[in-house]
Design a binder for this molecule. Structure first.
Ligand code: BTN
Length: 245
């Protein structure tokens, strides 16, 4: 990973650029990275604030030989690889909030967005976008973001090398990707659950079909969040916004 790197000073979105590159046949491991995004994309159609030179805004192309239902697992593999990279470089252990947020002291530091291109019943490519707030001071965030977001600089109290983080992430992503291919999702799931903030806690999941309140009991082997409601019924959550109590 990262052997073919497309680097830009400024882009609308690395995700958009990588999506096009993947469509045009770019190989697995292709990395698109930008100093600044003018139109960064978050999950559920939201905007992603991507100030120049402060963070890591990148997207990678992965081409596993797997069916499309496996795509969500890659968000979790990525989350674990980013968590490890943050630990290695800053000695801070982040928490993972399902499916894709990394938090430090309850504030969001990393977001992950996975998009899929599939043909028939096979993944042709996954485009995994990672946005990491690295060297932002509190005033570098827009007011509405300031309340919920933080950066590694704010949490650690010193500037952090973006190059070291990228290197460590790529090394860890390769490692967990190959463990996943050889041994399946279980080892990733165990690791993921060790970082997870919501497991065992009361949460509310807002999905397109409504709200589910209950205790997060874990994730399935598919990477799906399992919530047990007050009647003891287990709900499988594929996509939702999670609020924790
Ligand atoms: C989220 O938490 O909603 C996901 C945020 C993903 C942001 C990254 S930054 C690099 C890549 N390019 C984008 O436009 N989005 C992703």
């Amino acid at each position: 990973f990262g052997r073919s790197v497309h680097y830009f000073d400024s882009l609308e979105s690395t995700q958009k650029a990588a999506y096009q590159l993947a469509y045009d046949g770019a190989p697995e491991g292709t990395l698109v990275i930008a100093e600044e995004q003018t139109s960064g994309r978050g999950r559920l159609g939201r905007a992603w604030h991507s100030a120049s030179g402060k963070g890591i805004w990148m997207s990678i192309i992965v081409r596993p030989d797997l069916p499309p239902q496996k795509a969500p697992q890659f968000t979790l593999i990525t989350a674990v690889a980013v968590a490890r990279a943050i630990e290695e470089v800053t000695e801070i252990t982040p928490e993972i909030k399902w499916p894709n947020d990394l938090l430090i002291k309850g504030k969001k530091v990393v977001g992950i967005l996975t998009e899929l291109q599939a043909e028939a019943d096979k993944i042709s490519s996954l485009i995994i976008g990672i946005g990491m707030n690295v060297n932002h001071a509190s005033d570098d965030f827009p007011v509405e973001v300031k309340k919920i977001a933080s950066s590694l600089f704010i949490e650690k109290g010193e500037k952090i090398s973006r190059a070291a983080l990228i290197q460590s992430f790529l090394k860890n992503f390769e490692k967990y990707y190959s463990i996943y291919i050889s041994d399946g999702f279980l080892p990733i799931r165990i690791l993921w659950e060790s970082y997870a903030t919501s497991i065992g806690k009361q949460i509310k999941a807002t999905t397109v079909t409504g709200e589910i309140v209950g205790v997060a009991v874990g994730i399935s082997n598919e990477g799906v969040l399992k919530i047990e409601d007050e009647k003891g019924v287990i709900h499988n959550i594929y996509s939702a916004d999670i609020e924790q109590f």
